[in-house]
Write a protein that binds this ligand. Structure first.
Ligand code: AP5
Length: 216
């Protein structure tokens, strides 16, 4: 199964992708996580991406298409994957279609997580992540069961993203409307787009996504 998760920054794509990964054994392909790993590793792509991401703008299509083309060719993607953060421009959506034709892959569903924009800044500014395993948390909506200890791996170090400040979030939202939202009609016309209400709680959103997958 190949699933594309779409929605603005803070909609819950990463949260849901990690839950789907656990439930269905699908691999989560988060382009944001891949870029952050490249920055941490000090690679050439990481160096190019850092300033762009810190400004809340999009990294170039060429770089992103190259990263995804390489990643979906790896063995662990053979049984399906979840795209979280890709495609993000019409050019990326078209490049993905070409890659899928070459590989004989088919998109199962495109799920748009819809949210009220007022909620996004609150969600993003309260977000933190386990520095060891990457599990995501929120100051109000998803705290670790024991404060200061990751539920998944027992890690005690947590990080906050440098692009999770109010000014950058506004720019990321602007980029979403300008460059990413125009892809939605492309998938609607192909009969692949389904919407779920991202204002519901995390588990309720997960149930809506399961219903989409069952109906696909
Ligand atoms: P990326 O890392 O993809 O960030 P994003 O799309 O802005 O999305 P986020 O990770 O901020 O939000 P999310 O929807 O995953 O929400 P989450 O589940 O964490 O991209 C970062 C940057 O990389 C981009 O700005 C760009 O520069 C670059 N980039 C990446 N891909 C690219 C591409 N393809 N092309 C070009 N550039 C690219 O949830 C947020 C918080 O809310 C969490 O704390 C969570 O616990 C909480 N939460 C989640 N769901 C709920 C709920 N239902 N109710 C209450 N709280 C909830």
């Amino acid at each position: 199964m190949i699933l594309i998760l779409m929605g603005p920054p803070g909609a819950g794509k990463g949260t849901q992708a990690r839950m789907l990964e656990e439930r269905h054994g699908l691999v989560q392909l988060s382009t944001g996580d891949m870029l952050r790993a490249a920055i941490a590793a000090g690679t050439e792509i990481g160096k190019q991406a850092k300033a762009v991401m810190d400004r809340g703008e999009l990294v170039s299509d060429d770089i992103m298409v190259e990263i995804i083309a390489a990643r979906i060719s790896e063995d662990d993607c053979a049984n399906g994957f979840i795209l979280d953060g890709f495609p993000r421009t019409p050019a990326q959506a078209e490049a993905l279609d070409r890659m899928f034709v070459d590989k004989g892959f088919e998109i199962g569903s495109v799920v748009e997580i819809t949210v009220n924009e007022d909620a996004l800044v609150e969600r993003i500014s309260g977000r933190f992540t386990c520095a060891h395993c990457g599990e995501g948390y929120h100051d109000a909506f998803k705290r670790p069961k024991t404060d200061g200890i990751c539920d998944m791996c027992g890690g005690t170090d947590f990080t906050r993203r440098p692009d999770d400040n109010a000014e950058t979030v506004r720019r990321r939202l602007g980029e979403y409307h300008r460059q990413t939202a125009p892809i939605l009609p492309y998938y609607r016309d192909k009969g692949l787009l389904r919407q779920v209400d991202g204002m519901a709680g995390i588990d309720a959103v997960a149930r809506q996504i399961e219903e989409v997958l069952e109906a696909a």
